[in-house]
Design a protein around this ligand. Structure first.
Ligand code: ADP
Length: 601
């Protein structure tokens, strides 16, 4: 009998503990769910009210707005809603559903008035009720004008309340009653056999009764298993939820980092043109702070009228039609930087518009190359036109029969011939440049004998050097090394350098062409006793179309392309070209090319 009592007491305690545990798990999950819902609702409602509020509403509209607000407060779980001027403590509009007005701490109100963006603040009143206040400033002329404050009661975190325990206690009482009545039912069934039991000691329980008892124990077992399973499921769900939130958090951070590391600006707007994302690049261009821009209407935070007009114009277009772009400078960019703004409507898979994407790319480099392309074309046009005009003029004079003197005629023909050659040289140079630049002519690598290069170069300058009485001296090593490269290209490069040496050296001067074998490289040194190069010109002479303004240079015909081509060819062969010069003394050009490895006889 005593054992039975102990079992019942234990059973009772066990059930009580189970009830408390189950209730606690349910309570925790419920509180979390409610808090999340409150935050979501509060955030959406405060934004909605701040978007709808306009200080300058007409009277009729104002009444309508007030009515809608009071309806909203009464329908939703809102404790209070206050619209307040940033400068004054008296509210413009206030609705208090709960008795909390006097209990909102002063610092909560001050913080709400001081903030410039969306904020959420929590506070507890004297009677231990928790509240969340959602604050959103409304902007006017780019400044926060009024604030919308919306309070919502937090779910109570008091666990030991009657409310929490009503249902589990009912279940427990029911089970206890079932157990007690079951026990007495078994007891009554066994009553007729009591005297046999006492006479013959413990007798076997009739089979039917035994089955009933077993069924009852089985039911009890499955009931506890059910409770246990529910507990496990609730715990698993909580873990899964936490994991999902963490994954979402991580993904958000990753996206944020990716957008911030882009080398172009990104600004994303929601359907109401409020900024919901801006990356670091765009912020730098605007020279603004992220906090001052996020969650603000885009037209309030942008200064450039052109950009505002562009976005407004794109907004009016149907999604998918935004193909135009705008070229613009930004305050945070460098003075010579040019940017291209493009616009994209964001639509969901069903085609519904949910936001807009504005991209800003630095196009300075493209603009610069477009500018130099244009310059290049202008130069070529100019260089072609000069000799052609001369040829045309001399030719016309000859055709008109104006020149009867044979000597004069010869001179005219010579001039026409010279101009034709100049034209030919220019065209050859342009073609070479085009080939090397566009890379159409691949370097046809082969083993090039240095003596062949030397002979070809000497041949090409022979006539000019003889005409000017310039001595060409060669200094060569015992064994002329070989180079791996394109022989025609290398020949063109060296002729341009050697040709310049003769061209820019006055009569009776001297040009020395030496070749050195320098371990892994072959060094060509072309030294002249010519006009020399002004130190101001030195950094530019390898640029396309650059010619010194020095009179001694201007006297000679030239296009400013020879050295640019030579430098390009040398670069293609992994070599280098350098120059040392002194004005009126002479110049030395040093071309270094890697030696070839193959042995060709
Ligand atoms: P150009 O057709 O004018 O000779 P280049 O590209 O060959 O064009 O040379 C560019 C400029 O470099 C020349 O206009 C000249 O000012 C300078 N220059 C090149 N070689 C010499 C040199 N040997 N002596 C003096 N100036 C030179």
């Amino acid at each position: 009998m005593k054992n039975k009592k102990i079992v019942i007491v234990f059973l009772f305690i066990f059930m009580l503990v189970s009830v408390v545990m189950i209730t606690h798990t349910r309570f925790k999950t419920e509180v979390k769910k409610q808090s999340r819902e409150i935050r979501n609702t509060g955030r959406s409602l405060v934004k909605l009210v701040s978007l709808a509020y306009d200080r300058n509403l007409e009277k009729a509209d104002k009444n309508y707005f007030f009515r809608e607000l009071s309806y909203l407060v009464s329908e939703q779980d809102i404790a209070y809603l206050v619209i307040q001027d940033k400068q004054k403590p008296e509210p413009i509009i206030s609705f208090f559903k709960e008795d909390v007005q006097e209990q909102i701490p002063q610092e909560i109100m001050l913080a709400a008035l001081a903030g410039t963006g969306f904020q959420v603040q929590a506070f507890t009143t004297a009677d231990a009720a928790g509240y969340l206040e959602f604050v959103k400033p409304v902007f006017k002329d780019g400044r926060p004008d009024v604030v919308v404050r919306l309070g919502m009661a937090q779910p109570s975190n008091r666990f030991f309340t009657l409310e929490n325990f009503v249902l589990p206690l009912q279940v427990m009482v029911f089970i206890l009653m079932a157990l007690v009545s079951g026990y007495y039912w078994v007891f009554l069934l066994l009553k007729p056999f009591e005297k046999f039991i006492s006479a013959a000691g413990p007798a076997p329980v009739p089979e039917k009764n035994q089955a009933n008892v077993q069924a009852m124990v089985g039911e009890l077992e499955s009931f506890f298993t059910l409770i246990h399973d529910r507990l496990l499921t609730a715990e698993r769900e909580t873990h899964q939820l936490t994991a999902k939130v963490q994954v979402l958090d991580y993904e958000n951070t990753q996206m944020f980092n990716i957008f911030n590391s882009l080398d172009f600006g990104v600004l994303m707007l929601d359907i109401r043109d409020t900024v919901f994302f801006i990356n670091d690049y765009f912020l730098t261009l605007l020279g603004r702070d992220r906090q001052a821009i996020l969650n603000q209407p885009v037209f309030d935070v942008l200064d450039q009228e052109e950009l505002i007009a562009f976005i407004q114009q794109q907004n009016l277009m149907e999604s998918g039609q935004n193909t135009t772009s705008l070229e613009l400078a930004f305050p945070g960019g460098k003075p010579d930087q040019a940017f291209l703004v493009s616009f994209l409507s964001l639509t969901d898979p069903e085609g519904a518009l949910f936001g807009r994407f504005i991209k800003v790319t630095d196009v300075s480099r493209e603009k610069e190359s477009e500018r130099s392309r244009q310059e290049f074309i202008n130069h070529i046009a100019h260089e072609l036109r000069t000799p052609l005009t001369n040829i045309k003029a001399y030719n016309e004079m000859m055709m008109d029969g104006e020149i009867s003197d044979l000597e004069m005629q010869k001179e005219f023909f010579n001039t026409i011939n010279e101009e034709t050659l100049r034209l030919d040289r220019l065209i050859q140079n342009i073609l070479k440049l085009a080939e090397t630049e566009i890379n159409q002519l691949a370097v046809n690598k082969q083993m090039v004998k240095t003596d062949w290069l030397l002979e070809s170069c000497m041949e090409s300058i022979e006539a000019m050097s003889q005409e000017k009485n310039i001595t060409i001296e060669t200094r060569l090593p015992d064994n002329l090394p070989k180079i791996s490269g394109d022989k025609e290209m290398l020949k063109a490069a060296l002729i341009n350098v050697l040709g310049n040496a003769v061209k820019y050296t006055p009569e009776f001067g001297r040009v020395t062409f030496s070749i050195r074998d320098n371990e892994g490289a072959v060094v060509f040194e072309i030294e002249d006793t010519g006009v020399g190069i002004d130190p101001r010109d030195l950094p530019h002479i390898f640029e396309k179309f650059y010619r010194s303004e020095n009179d001694a240079v201007a006297e000679q015909t030239g296009s400013g392309l020879g050295l640019a081509i030579a430098a390009e060819i040398v670069k293609k062969h992994d070599g280098s070209i350098e120059v040392k010069s002194q004005l009126s003394q002479g110049s030395t050009f040093i071309v270094t090319l890697p030696k070839g490895n193959l042995q060709i006889g």
